[in-house]
Unconditional design. Sequence first.
Length: 260
Amino acid sequence: MKQRAYNTLIATIVACTACGTASAAGWMDQATGLLNQLGNASQTATPATSQGSNSAMTNLSNSDVVAGLKDALRVGSERVVAQLGKADGFNADPKIHIPLPESMLQVKRALTAVGMGSMMDDLELRLNRAAEAATPKARTLFANAIKAMSFDDAKKILSGPDDAATRYFRDKMSKPLSDEMKPVIEKSMAEAGVVQAYDAVMGKYQSMPLVPDVKANLTGHVIDGGLNGIFTYMASEEAAIRHNPVERTTSILKKVFAGQ
């Protein structure tokens, strides 16, 4: 009976999706209503004679509903990590490309004026390479945050704004992800010659007359840029999950919908 109820839920979601995102009751609305009923099921008695959709909903367990959301978010987060954690994942993407720190722009202007702007371009490339190398560290942290997601967390995400899950991830992951990325970024920057490139740039800059002193925390700058890129694309994946659930269906929902 529980299996039949879950099939009813999925059929409802897919049918709703076919109506388009302009439908008055989107799949997130349907799921939110379901979760609310599940949350109240232990407190509200259901007549034994009820055979309608409400009975189907209350026969579902919390884990049945939350599992689909978790699976979709897992797929979305893995796509983000795979996309950004490769060569040019940051560097070639204007949406998340990590520019030079603002404090270095004066240096860039000064060196460009004397034909040495390529040194700054090289440094900027190396910063993005460091972010790309550190991004895979997010994979395990995404998985842990999804695993720890409670029924109440899922309700808030489903009833929240389009980036509710991304906000959840930011809250759970920002500090530990920053800590995980830091040594990788420092190692990557050392291997990529960022420190040497920075020293060479600053040596040329400081040899010029009457230039102001400039300091930059390159490691912190790359960490901030990396986090911004990861969560920017997680928000995009979340929007896709909300507005096109059929494409985000994974093994859990496929098996249920197939009646297995």
